[in-house]
Design a protein. Structure first.
Lengths: 130, 130
DNA sequence: CGAAAAGGCATACACACGTAAGAGATTATG
DNA sequence: CATAATCTCTTACGTGTGTATGCCTTTTCG
């Protein structure tokens, strides 16, 4: 079904920036790095090239520089990544992870309320016909 | 706070088996590998040794072989791992991940019900004082 | 008893990763 | 225009990762 090689942590970090910018040059990405994340122009360049090689991005020349954009839908990549994660840490069971998130990771009052709302809504949309 | 080097995927796989067995020899782990996961005795041995070096397990000699057990609470490791994951993929926001899990990953009717129950329960325990 | 089995410890080895330097081309600037 | 700044492309390099081999010792079994 899929079969691009998996993204490493740093690659994911860079990919997310490109997704966010929609289309970006090496420099764009470099400048969008969060405060304090000091990494060389050349390094960013390497990551973008690798992301293209791995099939996650495509590039198009624009003047003397390259414009990178997503080749695979970000949501797709996220989906796969989460799935793999759940698989490896929770035996593929999503519920225990949700449970964990609610109990032990920062879900606040507000979030809980939103979550409840979401669940009620689901109830009405129930059995969404494809 | 923490500061063991992170676990790699394969290391996590092995660690989880040890946690599950509570205490395990190389051979125990080898035999607890899931169907189809063919990996050499020596390889398992290497992983266990690395897990010890990284500070996740300790070993105690028993006869001629070594018994490995958790040195850090599994829940702790899970917690850190999930946190890192949420950090890298969802900007540290747990809610979007929960949302994702509900919408796109296998949460079924049943799970949703359980989830709702859990939420109502939380309501009663509410505002747990630190 | 002597060979095979089972262990440990040390070492290996190819490929992935994070990070970048070097070389060469193009563009901008004092 | 000569020099500095930017870019790309290629190559590098230490460390991590997945998977094991080698060698040595202690058990076990035919």
């Amino acid at each position: 079904m899929n079969q691009r090689p998996a993204l490493s942590k740093a690659e994911m970090e860079i990919a997310r920036i490109v997704w966010d910018l929609q289309t970006a040059t090496v420099r764009d990405v470099l400048e969008s790095l969060p405060e304090g994340r000091e990494i060389d122009y050349k390094t960013v360049q390497t990551f973008l090239r690798r992301l293209e090689t791995k099939g996650y991005l495509t590039s198009k020349r624009s003047g003397r520089s390259l414009l990178y954009t997503a080749k695979v839908r970000p949501s797709q990549v996220i989906h796969e990544t989460v799935k793999d994660f759940v698989g490896r840490l929770f035996d593929g069971e999503a519920l225990p992870l949700v449970e964990h998130l609610i109990r032990e990771q920062g879900l606040k009052e507000d979030d809980l309320q939103q979550l409840k709302d979401m669940l009620s809504h689901l109830e009405s949309e129930q059995t969404i016909p494809e």
